[in-house]
Design a binder for this molecule. Sequence first.
Ligand code: ADP
Length: 165
Amino acid sequence: MTSKIGTLAVYPGSFDPVTKGHLDIARRARETFGSLIITISRNSSKNALFTLEERAKLLKEALQEEKIEGVEVAIFDGLLVDYVKSRGARVIVRGLRFISDFEYEFQMALTNRHLLTEVETVFMMPDEKFIYLSSSIIKEIALCGRSPAQFVPKCVAQALQKKFK
Ligand code: ADP
């Protein structure tokens, strides 16, 4: 696949669990930047439903299911900018849904730029049909006994069913 910009990008998040919204951003980032690493921070485990390893496994399965190729999934310790630097990446990708995402993302992007000047945070918008999706809404739907199958890849729907059985 030819990318629009040949560089390595990192897409960080909690992915607890990965949704079709996350995957939409991953596809766009992969097509834009060429090389992509999806990373889960070890710090993002507080109150998580899935363990880090489960989340990474689900991400890998979901990428396969959605036929998004050539994306690495990794878990990192410490600060995101240190991980980005250690991998020689120059771009951090984040997804933007609503104005409510903006304040936190703005703060993070500017802080990361102060910590690592050569890094650029790039915001991508998902297809409108995924704009309202979040991992927490998915978990709530599953917890209440309804199927979130239309919002998540099959492997995640199955994993949620198992968790809440
Ligand atoms: P975090 O806890 O770091 O916000 P998330 O896993 O919730 O981690 O989200 C990771 C990134 O994906 C964030 O940039 C978030 O805004 C984005 N994201 C989450 N859900 C969607 C969605 N439905 N559409 C587009 N981007 C999304």
